[in-house]
Design a binder for this molecule. Structure first.
Ligand SMILES: *Cc1c(COP(=O)(O)O)cnc(C)c1O
Length: 351
């Protein structure tokens, strides 16, 4: 299905691989595609990584018309560079674009751009087990608008940055606060799209939580505050006995690729009973184990949750067995240490 090729002989960049954080390290090149006023895309190309120029009236600057994706390329134990389920990101960007009234990027164009960026920046992919190349596709309204309407033309960019392991020295338990003052998304809003505006609105609650000593915020559903929604920009799971539950995709939940993968691994490989349904805060506080998922950190165990005056402790040093197993299985598949039973890896290069 895919063509793998032998990478050009390009020595690894001279970076401090063991001290990479989750921050931007510019790479050689980025992929840029632009459309015209008829909303027809050009064929796209690699360009040197550089700053962009834009009209002060660009739709994205004035009205936030933009969406993004987040994915990673991994250097595996078999010395291949692979992507993980990139077609899921391509389809999600189509859904986000539809919701935000932007022209769609065909799935094969999305993957072509991602692969081009990975190939051209292969010397920035961290060595196996020391991190990954984070890939950030963005689609936005670049043409000028003054009245509130859709931008006349759009840009699609993919850049990449080497990033380290999210938790250095192994998994760490998060300390969370339940937010009763803010919601992340509204019913029938844009919660299920990776719309750039959703994230600006999450900064203030996060800053407040951090000032109070918490790592992140648990959001409740705007439509029913007895139900949980997400943890910052990650999906939430609760485990009780052999059952693992997560909020259903009801329109305000972001359909995470990690969320979907964890549901499949738990159900098909770990023999757990999994349910996607409404999840109450009470159930979460009564669970044996709670964790959250996302591409950046994979699986993050939750150690403590504070709801108003009450604090529930799940784990301190010892991470829950389900979160640990899911983390090991998923990262194992991503580095080709565990068999890729579901055909999730897409090889880009052999090195
Ligand atoms: C991106 C994101 C996630 C995680 O999605 P993955 O595809 O697993 O990285 C979860 N929640 C929100 C709000 C997000 O933006």
């Amino acid at each position: 299905m895919t063509t793998t090729e032998v990478a050009v002989d390009r020595p690894l960049q001279d970076l401090d691989w063991d001290n990479l954080t989750f921050s931007v390290t510019p790479t050689r090149s980025m992929w840029l595609m632009e459309c015209d006023k008829e909303l027809v895309w050009n064929k796209g190309q690699l360009e040197p990584f550089r700053n962009l120029q834009m009209s002060p009236a660009a739709g994205v600057l004035n009205y936030g018309q933009g969406a993004f994706e987040g994915m990673k390329a991994y250097h595996t134990e078999k010395n291949r560079i692979v992507l993980f389920r990139p077609e899921k990101n391509a389809r999600r960007l189509v859904d986000s674009a539809t919701r935000l009234c932007m022209p769609l990027i065909p799935e094969e164009k999305f993957i072509e751009g991602v692969e081009a960026v990975v190939r051209d920046n292969v010397d920035f992919v961290p060595p196996c087990g020391r991190g990954s190349l984070y890939i950030r596709p963005i689609l936005w309204g670049s043409g000028p608008v003054l009245g509130v309407k859709s931008a006349p033309w759009f840009s699609f960019l993919i850049y990449a940055s080497p990033v380290g392991l999210y938790f250095k020295g192994g998994l760490r338990c998060l300390n969370l606060k339940v937010s009763h003052d803010f919601h992340r998304a509204a019913p029938h809003g844009t919660g299920n799209a990776k719309a750039i505006g959703n994230y600006a609105a999450s900064l203030y609650p996060l800053m407040q939580a951090k000032e109070e000593g918490y790592d992140e915020v648990i959001y409740l559903k705007a439509a029913n505050e007895e139900l949980v929604e997400e943890v910052g920009a990650a999906n939430i799971f609760a485990v009780k006995g052999n059952k693992m539950i997560t909020p259903r995709l009801d329109g305000s939940i972001l359909p995470g690729v990690t969320r979907d993968s964890v549901l499949i691994i738990a159900g098909k490989l770990m023999g757990m009973e999994t349910e996607e349904r409404d999840v109450t805060l009470e159930e979460v506080l009564d669970a044996d184990e709670v964790f959250c998922t996302g591409t950046a950190a994979v699986v993050m165990p939750i150690g403590m949750i504070t709801d108003k005056e009450n604090t529930k402790v799940y784990c301190e040093e010892q991470i829950g067995p389900v979160a640990r197993k899911l983390y090991d299985m998923l990262t194992g598949i991503q580095k080709e240490k565990v068999e890729d039973r579901f055909d999730w890896l897409r090889p880009v290069l052999e090195i």
